[in-house]
Each structure stands twice: as C-alpha cells, then as structure tokens.
Design a protein around this ligand. Structure first.
Ligand code: COI
Length: 355
C-alpha cells in the first residue's frame, strides 16, 4: 500500500484491484463497491485530514451513538462517463446543500465543501475505470455521516465519520412496480425529520414495506400522517401523476424529501411545454381518475430509481391499473434526463459538472 498526500487528502492506494471479478452486465443495485473509499473524521471540534484508502470494514466502539440513537445521514448521487471518457456529476451542489441541511436537522456538524466535493472528485478520479459508459450505466455515489462518539447518554455525539462509497449501478428496480397507498402507517410527520435524508426515515419504512411486499407490491406511496388523504412520496423516490395531460406532483414540505431528480423533471417538463401542477394531490382524486380513465400514468423519480414507471396502485383493498399509452411522459422525461446526464444531449440547464 503506497501512501501519498494530494491537495490535503492523504491517499493510500490499494495494491490490487477487484475490478476483473465484477460482472458489470448483471449488477444488483448497491451490492458491489469500488477499490477505494473516502473517509474524514470529525474530532475535537474540527474535521481531520481526509483520506482515500482501500475499501475495507471499519472498527467502531460498540457504544458509538449511531448504534443507539441513530445519528446517521446520507446522500445519493451519480457520476456518468461520456464517449470521450470524461466523468460528469449531476447537480452535485444540490446534494452537498441537502446533506448539510440534513446534518443540521440531526444535530451533526456540517461538512466543508473542501471535504465533500474535493474528496468526491478525487475518489472518482482514482476509481474512474469502474465507471461504465452508456445510457443505463452509472456510478452510484453514497456519501454518508455517522456518529462515532462513544457513550450511551442520549445526547449528540462529539465525534463523527464522513465517508463516500462508490458502487457501479444499472437500474434500481428490476421489473414492474406496483404500489400500495398508505392508510395507516406514516413515513414522516410535521416537525419531524421527513425532509432530511436521515437513515431512520428508511428504517421506519421497512416494516410496512415488508407487509406490502407480501401482498405483491414493491413500494408504499406515503400519505400525510394527519389525514392520510394527500399523496406524498414513495420513500425511495418522489412521485408524479398524470391525469389527462396534466403532470401533478406534491409540493415539498417538512415531510417530503426535496428530490433533485424531482425538481429536474419539473423543470424539464415545463421546458417541454407540458402542463405541470405542483400542488397537494388527493387520494380520492387519484381513485376517481383511475375509475374514469383519466389517470394515464404514475411514475417515481429519484437518483437511484431514475424514472420508474408505476403500473398500478392499491387503495382500500382495490387494485387499479393503468393501460400503457403512447407518448408517455415518463418515457419522454426519462430519455431527456438520462441523455443530458450521459452527455448524449446538450445540457441547456448547466446541471452537469466535469470531474
Ligand atoms: C437515492 O435515490 O439515491 C436514494 O437515496 C434512495 C435509496 C433508497 C437508494
């Protein structure tokens, strides 16, 4: 293992690569990681020297607060390789901002740009060979922060670890997606942490999502906790509904994640001249539209999910399914978005940033 120092990041390169053992054509989402990771510790009130090192397990005190009180946040981002072998990030400034908003909400220290952005760029350069070219392939990036300070007293940790992992990715969902609309369980509540990308928001969904899985549904569309009448998000993605030719999506709130794919699709749809309404979408309105045939499409939008078509939904034990249509908004927007991200079309929005 050679040790060098580049622009304040200590770099310890792996002596061998596991890349030749990876089947890039058959990747399960988030299961394979590259040769290196980025790590930076927060101790004594300041961020320490960051390091890029071989991917390996970490050693932690069993009393670390993340294990007991769940101080943990993360982001999901992607990098793409173009035909010239240049690597591009999609709106990294937005992920960086959202990460620090999550940190503030979870009483964790904000991560400096020089750590988050410079660390990510350096890591991507080192593991560049792992990034596959072509629309449909990307490098999924998982920045995260955990509370590493010891002691089971219930207060915020004074030590943290920020890390970035890279995982070559294809699609998140394989096959069709059917959803259940939540009638009892809630993902988030006003005043809670729903808008933060906090690990606990995901853990809280596992039990109700398992119940949905048992009935043959892949995801739950969460509704507002107070009345269960407003459609909010699907947990792994924001959701869009097309009723006649209008594209609807819920406004973000303290219960809903401010999705970067979501806001990009809204901007692209508006640019395409589609009629977009960002407003509360009511469950009864959706059921009525499904019954009278005006519900044309439902799809999810997220970094991992990209644009994922939702074939049908269940509400009050009745299943409603849409017939597939020509001129689908989901197909149009997915093509526009992924062409832009993969540098196969001009980026008129200025969202792509070269590594
Ligand atoms: C992402 O889309 O990046 C997410 O964080 C969702 C996650 C459940 C894979």
């Amino acid at each position: 293992m050679s040790t060098t120092q580049t622009s304040k990041i200590e770099i310890r390169k792996a002596t061998s690569s596991k890349i030749s053992s990876v089947d890039f054509e058959n990747l399960s989402f988030g299961a394979v990681f590259t040769d290196h990771l980025f790590e930076c510790d927060f101790k004594n009130g300041e961020w320490q020297t960051p390091v890029i090192k071989p991917y390996a397990p970490i050693l932690m005190d069993p009393s670390s607060k993340v294990f007991h009180y769940g101080q943990a946040i993360f982001e999901g981002m992607k990098a793409y390789k173009d035909d010239n072998n240049d690597v591009w990030l999609f709106r990294p400034d937005e992920n960086y901002k959202r990460f620090n908003n999550s940190a503030v909400r979870m009483a964790m220290p904000e991560v400096p740009e020089s750590v988050f952005i410079d660390g990510l760029n350096e890591l991507l350069k080192i593991d560049k060979d792992w990034i596959q070219k072509g629309n449909g392939s990307s490098m999924y990036i998982r920045p995260f922060m955990i509370a590493t300070g010891p002691g089971v007293v219930a207060n915020p940790s004074d030590e943290y670890k920020f890390m970035i992992l890279l995982s070559p990715a294809k699609s998140y969902y394989s096959g069709e997606v059917k959803v259940i609309i939540a009638e009892h369980y809630s993902r988030a509540a006003n005043g809670g942490i729903g808008a933060a990308k906090a690990a606990g928001n995901y853990a809280a969904q596992f039990y109700p999502t398992n119940l949905a899985n048992k009935d043959g549904f892949q995801q739950v569309i969460w509704t507002d906790d107070a009345t269960h009448t407003k459609l909010e998000e699907a947990g792994t993605m924001n959701v869009f509904f097309r009723i006649n030719d209008t594209l609807l999506t819920a406004p973000t709130s303290e219960r809903i994640l401010d999705g970067i794919t979501r806001k990009s699709l809204i901007a692209m749809a508006e640019k395409e001249g589609l009629n977009v309404e960002v407003r509360p979408v009511i469950v009864s309105e959706l059921v009525e539209a499904a019954k009278n045939g005006s519900l044309k499409e439902i799809f999810g939008a997220g970094t991992a999910a990209v644009v994922s078509v939702i074939k049908g939904f269940s509400y009050q034990d009745v299943y409603y399914e849409m017939t597939s249509i020509e001129n689908s908004y989901a197909s149009l927007l997915k093509e526009k978005l992924t062409n832009l991200q993969n540098k196969l079309a001009e980026d008129t929005f200025g969202w792509t940033v070269k590594v």
